[in-house]
Design a protein around this ligand. Structure first.
Ligand SMILES: [Fe+2]
Length: 279
């Protein structure tokens, strides 16, 4: 039996310039811990995908730090953008070839009998995600090319509503994306970050997963919950996907396992005034 596909997916790194923290957290130290964890335990992975919110406020210094830290990864690494990222600054630091002809940071990777689609859901100036008509058409064409093999899609924004406060910044018109995904007979997973919580679900037969990512986590906060939603220091988490011709499993690797509540008076302090972003 051939070796299964193994993907590491990180998200929501929220890197800041040297000497700064984000919501009390040293996000560079957390990314170093994630890199150490991958190099120690998952050096055999085929790919590592960083699924957006690479930089907390999109500063060039944060992308320089990102470039330096991920150079330590022993796994082939691919970058995506989230709502906290700044596309022009990202491209200036990482290279214009990160974007396609339409300026979107997205691509397909065909590997071990699968097509992995990295889909850019970031839209300048918006916290919510957008898959515009051009991106929907691109996705449909990439799916049509791969009808004979399983597909895994990675994007930054969550598509499936979670009945949580974070649904206020969900991907816009997720139903249109689901319509396109349902053209393909074998979508194994649609994996996102953005929400800073681990979830899994299904929408019209398409499986959706979110990972908690490298930054703070949010507590479960469903309708009827008496307490307000807490933001927690951890875990720091990445996903490990194992997939073969018959199956696809998503594991959650907690490289930091801390769960203290971040005092509300400290959340957003110092940096919130610099940009009105959420999640
Ligand atoms: Fe985020």
């Amino acid at each position: 039996m051939s070796k299964p596909l193994k993907l590491v997916i990180m998200s929501d790194l929220h890197l800041v310039p040297e000497g700064e923290v984000s919501n009390t957290l040293d996000t560079a130290a957390r990314l170093h811990a994630a890199v150490d964890s991958v190099n120690r335990d998952h050096a055999d992975a085929d790919l590592c995908i960083l699924a957006g919110d690479l930089a907390d406020l999109g500063e060039a210094d944060a992308y320089h730090r990102l470039r330096d830290i991920i150079a330590l990864l022993s796994v082939d690494t691919h970058l995506m953008l989230g709502n906290h990222d700044d596309r022009p600054t990202f491209l200036a630091v990482m290279g214009a070839d990160q974007a396609d002809a339409n300026g979107h940071v997205q691509k397909v990777i065909d590997i071990r009998g699968h097509r992995v689609i990295l889909l850019d859901s970031s839209e300048p100036g918006l916290v919510e995600g957008v898959i515009c008509p051009a991106r929907l058409d691109w996705l449909a064409a990439r799916l049509d090319e791969a009808m004979d093999r399983p597909v895994i899609v990675v994007l930054h924004h969550h598509v499936l509503p979670l009945s949580m406060p974070v649904d206020s910044i969900i991907l816009r018109d997720g139903a249109a994306l689901v319509d396109v995904l349902r053209r393909h007979p074998d979508i194994r997973q649609v994996i996102a970050g953005h929400v800073h919580i681990t979830t899994t679900g299904v929408w019209r037969g398409i499986p959706f997963t979110t990972l908690a990512g490298g930054h703070y986590n949010v507590s479960v906060n469903l309708p009827g919950h008496a307490a307000p939603q807490d933001r927690l220091e951890g875990p720091g988490q990445y996903a490990v996907v194992l997939a073969d011709q018959d199956s696809c499993v998503v594991h959650f690797e907690n490289f930091l396992d801390r769960h203290p509540v971040i005092a509300p008076e400290n959340f957003g302090r110092l940096r919130a005034a610099r940009r009105g972003a959420d999640a």
